[in-house]
Structures are given as structure tokens and as C-alpha cells.
Write a protein that binds this ligand. Structure first.
Ligand code: HEM
Length: 243
């Protein structure tokens, strides 16, 4: 017999940020390809309208990123806890998680990590999200802002090595984002159902099934590493009217 529980993993501000950011980054990628390779892709009417849309999406992504950072640092206060890998994550966790994704997953083996509000991400996610959110996204935003104001920021551009270097940096980071996006979406479908990890990004709640008599195990090998701090973050299926 199974006992179903729902864990509140993703607060609303993070969900709003995530989908706005995803839409913004996809828009930036498509308009960016149009701007860089107009002979290959030209779908926005004029070259100028591709640039206007690219700049607008860039501003939306920059503002929503700033709000995301402020939220995690000062409201939730969980930025370091969630996003910085521990020594154990680095020494063994990343390898264990990669082993799961590359081998065990295909044999129906259990996922070694189980998200709680305090420890949402597996070691691979932590490392990837740390690089994406705290290194690459700030860099692409800063390089993009400088490219929007080339004349007034001429001196900064000279220090960086000239406009060509800046454009190359911006372009290479954008390529990293595109690569991340494919891997991110693929890995996000590897829950116990293809949409299991999408659910908490939509309504906040993740479904966890425990095998009867084993409060730490479930039908898919899922278990909590530790109980969440906040008791209200966990509800049984009956209490929220789900079967
Ligand atoms: C269409 C594009 C996207 C889809 C379908 C998507 C899907 C998802 C899903 C299902 C999750 C929850 C599972 C997990 O944590 O892996 C997630 C979380 C996350 N995604 Fe995405 N994503 C997209 C674009 C992006 C982009 C462009 C970024 C960053 C530049 C991003 C950064 C993140 C982060 C940081 C989290 C964890 C959020 C948190 O709980 O704090 N995603 N995404």
C-alpha cells in the first residue's frame, strides 16, 4: 500500500520568475539567431524589429533576474543553502547522480536524490544552476547592457578588449544557454512520470509516494533526505483532496 504526500517545493514568486525567464530566454535565442544570422533566419519583418524585440526581452530577463536574486537572498534567505553544492555533493554526490542519469535510470533504479524545500536540487542540478544563475546569467546580462549602450560605455568596451571581443563573449554565453536549455528540459522529464518535475513548477507541489511502513521510501525509490523545516510544506493526499 502506498501513502501519497505533497511537498510544497516551489514558491509562487520563483514559479512566476521561472516561466517569465524561460519565455524571455527563448525569445532572446530566436531573435539573437535572427540578428546574428539574418540569412539563415529572418522572421521578424525587419532587422530592426528583431533588435527591438531582443532588447526588450533582455530588459525583461534582467529585471526578473534581479527580483529572483533579491527574493532568494532576502525574502526566502535560501540562496546559498539551495544553490551552493556541499563538499559531499562535490566529492560523491555529482558522480552518484550522473551514474543514475546515465545508467540506473534506464534500468528503473531509484533516484538517489529526493527534493525537500530545504534541499530541492540534486548535486548535478546545484552545480548547473549555480553556474547558470550566478555566473552565466549575470555575465550575459552585463555584456548585453553594455552592447545596448555602446557609445556612452565606450571606455569600458576598450578595457574588455573592443566591441568584437564583447560580442564574442555575449554570443558564446548565449550558446551555453542554448545547450543548457536542451539538457535542462531533457533532465526535467526524468521524474517518475515525464511531467512529475513540471508539476511543482506549475502549482508548487510535488507528489511523493511512500511505500506503506516506510516513511522514507516510495514506489519509485523516492525518499526525503530530511524532513522540511516547515510542517505546512507537507500535506497528505487526503488533506488537499487528491487521491
Ligand atoms: C522552455 C524552457 C524551460 C523549461 C520547459 C523548464 C523546465 C523546468 C522544470 C520542469 C523545472 C523543475 C525541475 C528542475 O528543477 O529541474 C525547472 C527548474 C528550474 N529552471 Fe527551468 N525550464 C526552462 C527554462 C529555463 C531557463 C532558460 C533557465 C535559466 C536561465 C531555467 C532555470 C531553472 C532553475 C534555476 C530552476 C530551479 C528553480 C527553483 O526551484 O528555484 N529554466 N525548469
Amino acid at each position: 500500500m502506498k501513502h501519497t504526500e505533497y511537498v510544497y517545493l516551489t514558491p509562487m514568486p520563483v514559479r512566476i520568475w521561472h516561466w517569465l525567464n524561460a519565455f524571455g530566454i527563448v525569445t532572446l535565442t530566436i531573435t539573437g539567431i535572427n540578428i546574428r544570422f539574418p540569412d539563415v533566419l529572418n522572421i521578424f519583418g525587419t532587422y530592426k524589429s528583431a533588435i527591438v524585440l531582443h532588447n526588450t526581452a533582455g530588459i525583461v530577463v534582467s529585471i526578473s533576474y534581479t527580483l529572483w536574486l533579491l527574493y532568494y537572498m532576502f525574502v526566502a534567505g535560501t540562496l546559498a543553502k539551495l544553490y551552493i553544492p556541499t563538499m559531499n555533493d562535490i566529492k560523491t554526490g555529482i558522480i552518484r547522480q550522473a551514474f543514475f542519469y546515465f545508467f540506473q535510470y534506464f534500468k528503473g533504479g531509484p533516484n538517489p536524490h529526493h527534493g525537500t524545500p530545504d534541499n530541492k536540487f540534486n548535486p548535478m542540478q546545484k552545480a548547473a544552476y549555480l553556474v547558470i544563475m550566478l555566473v552565466l546569467l549575470p555575465l550575459v546580462i552585463i555584456s548585453g547592457i553594455i552592447l545596448m549602450y555602446v557609445a556612452p560605455l565606450r571606455e569600458i568596451i576598450m578595457v574588455i578588449g573592443g566591441i568584437k571581443t564583447l560580442v564574442s563573449i555575449h554570443f558564446l554565453i548565449a550558446c551555453c544557454f542554448t545547450a543548457f536549455l536542451f539538457v535542462h528540459i531533457y533532465l526535467a522529464t526524468l521524474g517518475h512520470t515525464p511531467l512529475a518535475y513540471f508539476k511543482p513548477m506549475w502549482d508548487g507541489w510535488e507528489k511523493v509516494e511512500h511505500a506503506h511502513g516506510d516513511p522514507h521510501g516510495d514506489a519509485h525509490g523516492s525518499s526525503h533526505d530530511k524532513a522540511p523545516d516547515n510542517d505546512h510544506a507537507v500535506k497528505s493526499a487526503a488533506s488537499i483532496g487528491a487521491a
